[in-house]
Design a protein. Structure first.
Length: 473
């Protein structure tokens, strides 16, 4: 069975000649490498195990062509995605297929980190000395003197010198095999196919990380014919990027991790959390809020506890059987300024975890109130700490505004640090978004190893409830 799909659906729904043509320019090296990669996968019998990770770049549509597992990664992030695949499924043959702009520029940190880790993976690095997909800009591998869209007078030393990735990767301890090959004639193409085969075989045998750099033609941006582009690679690129094996270490098969487990209880344990005690109890969705999905934004300075409050509310909702998400965003300030968390609670499924226009804003300081209050839609709730926000300024009309002195109420209990729990109590009383017992049960579970703190937090929650009780939303 062919490793390529019988027709390519990207053009004309796979019909006619276009259904058998790739998107690559005439003379582009990607097509040659695709052919050889598919051939090797077939020869080694790896089609049902292979996963190709292709990020942003000229090979961005590779998933239309290869009838294997495919993942599309963000620009530069293919190594991280490849590692995730390998650890989640150790028997998979994972191939990170990247261009020079992607691998050697935005993805350089991921590239080096993965190589040094040494996990058996195969990286195929297409080096055509230019940014191909985005218009022919200067790449990390562009040659000195080479004219590009962003170096119209030619690359100078002041722009940095070409980055020799094969030599860089070979200098690390993790890789076992590094080779640079080319495509400019039949002999070199044969060597390239052999290198790809060796890289996949090493992974198949669990021996280690393999990196194959392939010097490739880009006639379009070199403004040359395919034949002249091949000559350019041979005469201009090869002296800068010498071909050959840069590292080849014989190691025994070592990558034999236990099969991963995906039970939620264990995953929570890995990340330092614990599942709440007892089974989830299905609860009725708060229909009085008039919608099946409610978004909130908790915002404050570092140390205000906005992130913790958001996590507690999210976890309480999940324990009630709802879908809930929490997306934290930390600003550059450790104190002062604003950091926030977007929270969504849904009766069935959260479709978008972001909360650019939160139904409810809980603000712990003035910068957060000023920044996010205008985004609250009409009919929403703005809940803020009136202890530290003495002059809230002009808030948008048509919103329910509830000032509650989170900090002073917490200080009255002896610890201002529990102002976030005061805020949760006020939120619960003002909205009845979740039953009080659900939030308190979650709080008790989280503090089960710090029982001495529980009475203070329960009192803080009650103080917030009492302060907001007269207001109904």
């Amino acid at each position: 069975m062919s490793v390529f799909y019988p027709s390519f659906q990207r053009h004309a729904h796979g019909a006619g000649l276009k259904g058998h043509s790739t998107h690559y320019c005439a003379g582009c090296g990607h097509g040659v490498v695709h052919r050889d990669l598919a051939a090797v996968i077939g020869e080694l019998g790896l089609q049902d195990r292979a996963i190709l990770v292709s990020p942003v770049g000229c090979a961005v549509f590779a998933h239309y062509y290869f009838d294997i597992g495919n993942t599309q990664a963000a620009h530069g992030r293919a190594p991280a995605v490849a590692l995730g695949h390998k650890l989640a499924n150790p028997d998979a043959i994972v191939i990170s297929y990247q261009g020079d702009g992607d691998l050697a520029s935005i993805g350089l940190a991921e590239t080096i980190s993965l190589a040094q880790l040494g996990v058996p993976l195969t990286v195929i690095f297409i080096n055509n000395a230019i940014y191909g997909m985005t218009g022919g800009q200067l790449a990390p591998t562009s040659l000195l003197g080479q004219k590009t869209a962003t170096s119209p007078e030619g690359r100078t030393a002041a722009m940095g010198r070409p980055l020799r990735m094969a030599e860089l990767i070979a200098s690390l301890d993790g890789p076992v095999y590094v080779e640079r090959v080319a495509l400019y004639d039949a002999r070199q193409r044969l060597k390239a196919r052999r290198a790809i085969r060796k890289g996949l075989t090493l992974q198949q045998e669990g021996r280690g990380y393999a990196f194959i750099e392939i010097l490739s033609e880009c006639p379009t941006h070199l403004k040359l014919s395919p034949t002249d582009a091949e000559q350019w690679v041979r005469e201009q690129m090869e002296p800068v990027f010498p071909l050959g094996v840069k590292k080849d270490v014989t190691v025994a098969s070592w990558f034999k991790p236990p099969a991963p487990r995906f039970e939620p209880e264990e995953i929570l344990g890995y990340c330092g959390a614990e599942p709440a005690a007892g089974p989830r109890t299905p609860a009725a969705w708060p229909v009085h809020l008039g919608r099946r999905d409610v978004s909130l934004k908790f915002a404050g300075a570092g140390g205000d506890g906005a992130q913790t409050a958001a996590l507690l509310l999210t976890r309480a909702a999940i324990e009630l059987g709802f879908d809930a998400t929490d997306i934290p965003s930390y600003g550059p300030e450790s104190r002062g300024g604003t950091s926030y968390a977007d929270v969504h609670l849904a009766a069935d499924e959260v479709l978008n975890p972001a909360a650019p226009e939160p139904d409810i804003l809980v603000a712990f300081n003035a910068p957060s109130l000023a920044k996010f209050a205008p985004a609250v839609p009409a009919g929403g709730l703005i809940l803020y700490d009136s202890t530290v926000i003495l002059e809230p300024g002009e808030l948008p009309a048509g919103r329910r505004v509830l000032p509650v002195p989170f900090t002073s109420l917490a200080a009255g209990l002896g610890r201002s640090v529990v102002k976030n729990i005061v805020a949760l109590g006020a939120l619960q009383a003002a909205t009845d978004l979740l039953p009080a017992h659900a939030i308190l049960d979650t709080l008790r579970h989280v503090l089960k190893d710090k029982a001495a703190l529980l009475p203070l937090n329960e009192s803080a929650f009650a103080a917030g409830q009492q302060a907001a009780a007269p207001v109904s939303v």
